[in-house]
Each structure stands twice: as structure tokens, then as C-alpha cells.
Design a protein around this ligand. Structure first.
Ligand code: ATP
Length: 266
């Protein structure tokens, strides 16, 4: 990392609570151009909350969040034109065709409709959706919808991409293509900030892994660095160790016992 390089994301002292529940307890994080950040943590740890704060979708936090060097609380929303987002739960307009949806999103990002259409058509073709381009999204499979979402997040060539489970529903071949796209974008100085629960993917594609638990960052580094620190072999094991989780066998055993209770009486 060049010394003079400025962070594209700078979070300091970020606290967030929902009524009586404190979710984030003073997160500090600087992210630099070209990094692929795997943002991981247990269910309910606050990953989506952190991302939604950066996107300006959640208010009421304490602390400072700067994107491209500007405090997002200043009210200047122009930074949103330079970011792309794939949410955890997709809100696709099912009654639109892929063409209509992608042109609509392109226009929201300030693109000319004809440019958005041309780019979207070529990108969908590359991901194997050429025949589906003029079909309604309601008829798409989960993986096809995910491809449309991925394209919609990148159509305007954003500088930061935020993604929640980006490879969800994709077949093995598409996973390889998308992983390669991320690596190539990062090599061009784009920043990828994504959440996933699939540890072997996070292990392979992240240049930096940030783990939150209990409202704070409990690990931050490359996979090799985390591995050295924890002496564990896989990211799954490091995750279990750092989140203090060693009861999976007990829980699974008890779960199966309960399932069998009624059946045993019959
Ligand atoms: N709008 C909301 N109102 C109240 N509580 C919320 C709201 N959104 C999130 N929370 C709570 O904040 C906590 C963090 O949620 P968040 O969705 O950020 O977790 P996450 O790390 O993304 O989880 P997951 O891995 O399950 O997607 C959870 O306890 C959740 O119930």
C-alpha cells in the first residue's frame, strides 16, 4: 500500500443502537483503493447495519463515516453515484424485464438510457442471460436474478462496490467468473466491500478480512495474517475460535434428539 494513498472509506468511533440493543460499539476502520474486504461475523453482528450506514440508508449512529474523504453526514449525496450495492434481500421489480430494470437502474445512476441498454445487453450476454434479456424477472431463477443484481451494481463503473452474499445462488462456473471480475476490478483500483458466510470463498477472494463480533472488530488482516495469529488452519476454524464458538456438536446432537422425540413414540 502506497504511503500517500488516501482511504476511500474511513470509519471512526462508530456506535449504533436500535432502541435498547447496542449493535456497533466503536468501530474504527480504514479501507483503501484496490482492497477486497471480506466483512464477516456471526448472524446479527451488525454487518448489514454497518454497510447500510455507509450507504446512507440508516441514520441515528454516533461517530464519523467518510466516503471518498467526505463525511456522509454533511448531506452531500453525490458519493452515491460512485458506489454500487447488492443487498442481502433483493428488491427487484419482478414485473420488469431485465432490459427494463437495468436501463432504469442505469438512468438512476445518471447514464443515458441507450448507453445503459447497450452496456447491460453485452454484460448479460457475457453472463449467459442473452435469451432472458427481454423476459420478465419474475420468470428468472435465483441465480439469474443474482446476475441481474450484480450487473445493476456495476453498470455505472462504481469506485466502491458493496455486496451482501455476492455469489448467492450462482453455479460453480459463474462463481469463477464473478471472482475473477472482482480481482480484476480491484487490480484497477476499485474497492470491493462484501459480506458473506461462506468462509472458503471469503478465504480465497479477500485481500483483507475484517471480523466483527460483540459490536467490535476482533480480527483484521489478510487470511495469512489471521492464520498466523490464531494457529488455526481454515477461516472457518479461525471464525469459530474468535467468536468463542465450540458447541456445534452439542447443538446439532440436541437438535436431532428433539426432532426424533415425536417419532420415537409412534
Ligand atoms: N431496523 C431494525 N430495527 C431494529 N433492530 C434491527 C434493525 N436492523 C437490524 N437490527 C438488529 O441489529 C442487529 C444487527 O443486524 P444486522 O442485520 O446488521 O446483522 P448482520 O451481521 O448483517 O447479520 P446476518 O449475518 O444475519 O445478515 C440484529 O440484532 C438485528 O436484529
Amino acid at each position: 500500500m502506497a504511503v500517500a494513498e488516501k482511504p476511500v472509506i474511513s470509519i471512526s468511533g462508530l456506535w449504533m443502537n436500535y432502541s435498547d440493543r447496542m449493535v456497533l460499539r466503536g468501530i474504527d476502520l480504514e479501507v483503501y483503493p484496490g482492497q477486497i474486504i471480506g466483512y464477516i461475523g456471526p448472524n446479527g453482528a451488525g454487518k448489514s447495519t454497518t454497510v447500510k450506514i455507509m450507504l446512507g440508508l440508516v441514520e441515528g449512529y454516533n461517530g464519523t463515516v467518510e466516503i471518498f474523504g467526505k463525511d456522509i453526514a454533511d448531506g452531500d449525496n453525490t458519493y452515491k453515484r460512485r458506489i454500487g450495492y447488492v443487498p442481502e434481500v433483493a428488491e427487484l421489480y419482478d414485473s420488469l424485464t431485465a432490459r427494463e430494470y437495468l436501463c432504469f437502474i442505469g438512468e438512476l445512476y445518471g447514464m443515458k438510457r441507450s448507453d445503459a441498454d447497450d452496456k447491460a445487453k453485452r454484460l448479460t450476454t457475457l453472463l449467459g442471460l442473452e435469451k432472458a434479456y427481454d423476459m420478465r424477472i419474475s420468470s428468472f431463477s435465483k441465480g439469474m436474478k443474482q446476475k441481474v443484481l450484480l450487473i445493476s451494481s456495476m453498470l455505472h463503473d462504481p469506485d466502491i462496490l458493496f455486496l451482501d452474499e455476492p455469489l448467492s445462488g450462482l453455479d460453480a462456473n459463474s462463481v469463477m467468473v464473478v471472482k475473477e471480475i472482482f480481482a480484476s476490478l480491484a487490480a484497477r483500483g476499485k474497492t470491493i466491500f462484501y459480506s458473506s458466510h461462506i468462509m472458503d470463498v471469503v478465504e480465497k477472494i479477500s485481500s483483507r478480512i475484517v471480523l466483527i463480533a460483540g459490536g467490535d472488530i476482533v480480527a483484521d488482516g489478510s487470511f495469512a495474517e489471521l492464520k498466523d495469529q490464531s494457529r488455526e488452519g481454515s477461516l472457518e476454524e479461525i471464525f469459530n475460535q474468535l467468536t468463542g464458538f465450540d458447541k456445534y456438536r452439542d447443538i446439532a446432537g440436541e437438535f436431532v434428539t428433539i426432532i426424533q422425540e415425536g417419532a420415537a413414540d409412534e
